[in-house]
Design a binder for this molecule. Structure first.
Ligand SMILES: C[S@@+](CC[C@H](N)C(=O)[O-])C[C@H]1O[C@@H](n2cnc3c(N)ncnc32)[C@H](O)[C@@H]1O
Length: 230
């Protein structure tokens, strides 16, 4: 089946093709920004909400679930790529299921959590919107949605600062990676609007700074259902 070059389906196709290389890259600590900044930043963000349970959306090979499980947090991980889910299951730390965002958003999953975390996993357009729109129903009372993603200002490059699909790149990841996934660029304003449109309110925005470059390595949004007063 041919899938459109800029589409949510194309993202899953690319992650399926690169799953074995991704498992090695994450587990060997080959991604410098993760090692230096963003892994600790997302763990801190989740712990700051003191959850008993976490839904790890787009869990990949499951490193975050293992980190959280080591702190006695119950984790359910979902991902569309069976090979990544298999790798996560083999290493433990959570209940891992093969599930697409589209199915998660359909509302029949039956699992709720204190925190829903999306670590560099909201890469598409409609698929990301579906996950965010589903969050209020997937969160327990007083729950939070946490999203870590590329910082739009830092990642914008020479292209105009406006929403739109971008070509992917595996630059810096090594020769084992092929066929990079496209991703949907959103400005900071657009992320804020998306949370608002999906019935959420941004509680906090964090900008983890890379000690060497002194630029943000990512941005982390913490959002809560808009009807809850906190
Ligand atoms: C950059 S990886 C991040 C994995 C993990 N969160 C981590 O921190 O290592 C992005 C993940 O999102 C998953 N993903 C992307 N689009 C998806 C979709 N529509 N449904 C389910 N999973 C999806 C991919 O399979 C991949 O595992």
């Amino acid at each position: 089946m041919t899938v459109a070059r800029f589409s949510d389906a194309r993202i899953i196709q690319s992650w399926s093709r690169n799953a074995p290389s991704w498992v090695v890259a994450v587990r060997d600590g080959r991604i410098e920004s993760r090692r230096q900044v963003t892994d600790a930043a997302i763990v801190d963000a989740v712990l700051s909400c003191s959850p008993g349970s976490v839904l790890d959306v787009g869990c990949g090979e499951g490193w975050l679930a293992r980190e959280l499980a080591a702190r006695n947090i119950r984790v359910t991980g979902i991902d569309a790529v069976p090979e990544l889910v298999d790798a996560a299951r083999r290493s433990g730390g959570g209940d891992f299921r093969v599930l697409s965002y589209e199915k998660l958003a359909a509302g029949t999953f039956g699992v709720t959590a204190d925190v829903m975390v999306c670590n560099f996993s909201l890469l598409g357009k409609d698929s990301a919107k579906g996950v965010i729109a589903a969050a209020p129903a997937l969160l327990n009372p007083a729950g939070s949605l946490i999203v870590q993603t590329l910082h739009p200002v830092a990642a914008c490059g020479d292209l105009p600062y406006r929403d739109g699909w971008r070509e992917g790149s595996w630059a810096g990841f090594g020769p084992d990676f092929t066929d990079p996934a496209p991703w949907y660029f959103r400005t900071l304003e657009s992320w804020a609007r998306l949370f608002g449109d999906c019935g959420l309110r941004q509680l906090e925005v964090r900008e983890p700074i890379h000690a060497k470059t002194r630029k943000p390595a990512s941005v982390i949004f913490i959002a809560v259902p808009a009807h809850e007063s906190r």
